[in-house]
Write a protein that binds this ligand. Sequence first.
Ligand code: GLU
Length: 477
Amino acid sequence: MTVRLRVAPSPTGHLHVGTARAALFNWLYARHTGGSFILRIDDTDRERSTVEFEEDILDSLRWLGLDWDEGVGVGGPHGDYRQSSRYDRYREAASSLVESGAAYYDNRTAEELEALRQRAVAEKLHPAHYIRRPEETWADGAIRMSVPQEEAVVFEDLVRGRVSFEARDIDDFVILRSDGTPTYHLASTVDDVDYGITHVARGEDLLPSTPKHIVLTRALGAAPEPEYAHLPLLFGTDGKKLSKRHGATSLSLYRDEGYLPDAVFNYLSLLGWSIDGDRTIFSRDEAIASFDLVDVSRNPAVFDPDKLAWLNGEYIRAMDPVDFARSARLHVEGAVGRSLDEGEWARFEAVAPLVQERTRLLPEAGDQVVFLFEDFAEYDPVAWDKVMAKAGVAGILSSARDRLATVDPWEAGTVEATLRGMLEEMGLGAAKGLQPLRVAITGSSVSPPLFESMSALGREKTLQRVDRAIGQLAGTG
Ligand code: GLU
């Protein structure tokens, strides 16, 4: 049997990290088994589905490096893989279920159904307990499944083990509304059957739907039934269900903030799964080789943006320096506010390996080097108060200025030797003697290492900036 898995996002919002994690686990299992991964788009909510969201979903999956063998955008033997294209098929399936007696038309009014619901609630029964096939029969209206009451629905969940639902707790759910539109249960199950899906791995929030899908699958005469794997829900670090309150929950925001797809891939794969022991960093190929749905944990997974940022930093440090510089360029130019010419680019490349060491997210790379290309408008007030507003700073700056004026050649090593000589002669520690220069050069107290920064900035600019700081200290700057 060839394994076939799918992810089925609804284009009613950006690709959520929870759906991205589900997509990733399905993809990993498909790649691990040599099976197929399918992208279906669940766009039956015509009011809320948009083309832009669908594009965001496809782009985000591609950015993450997940490719699909069939589905929206790539085609395959099952049409365009959008549910909105398959209404005729869903209606035909619903009619065939009425014909076989597995489903029935229901023309009861909302009030009648509500009265039945209230009766059940009053008797402390499942709210849908009395919503069963009535005596009266109709030849049109909504179509409801007639859930067999003889036996419980039991299945072996690959993650959760044996799961059992009492038949009396499964309502006679609507599969086709009276306006002819399918419900999620019908559309999803018919698609899973028609597309030959062998494993349905999706969020645990959908667990209550699964017995309905099993009832439907059986009534449709599909064999074998797919296996199910319900993936643990994602929580924030505060233990609450992941939501917008916890910050960015759409994948495209992470992309826009400069995260690397490999780091996000690695992080998402840790949400409910681990490779071996407590190893955190691994490649896609290693994940593919080890991944199995049965190893997914039942415990809730915590989505921790700080850990993701840390992991991203690890990936940035592991990048080839040339790739890093190339990837950072957009962000550097963004921070500078214009594109860089060849000479300026060379200046960035000179410090790029040092910036790489200090970067967790690509845009931070830009912020660290703006001073190389533009005079800053003002000094960071915190840095100024902490470092510059101290006795002796003006003297240090002038002494440094005089010595820097004669450094030859102008390189990080010679600049360093000169300034270290100065520290020694003046009996100054590195922090006291060099921090004022850093603030003078960069406007802040955070930057790539000082000597390399000065070297990349060039002598003329360095001296100008030292002069500017001296002037500011004298109250004339
Ligand atoms: N469109 C559904 C969702 O986004 C898919 C659920 C499923 O995987 O069956 O929640």
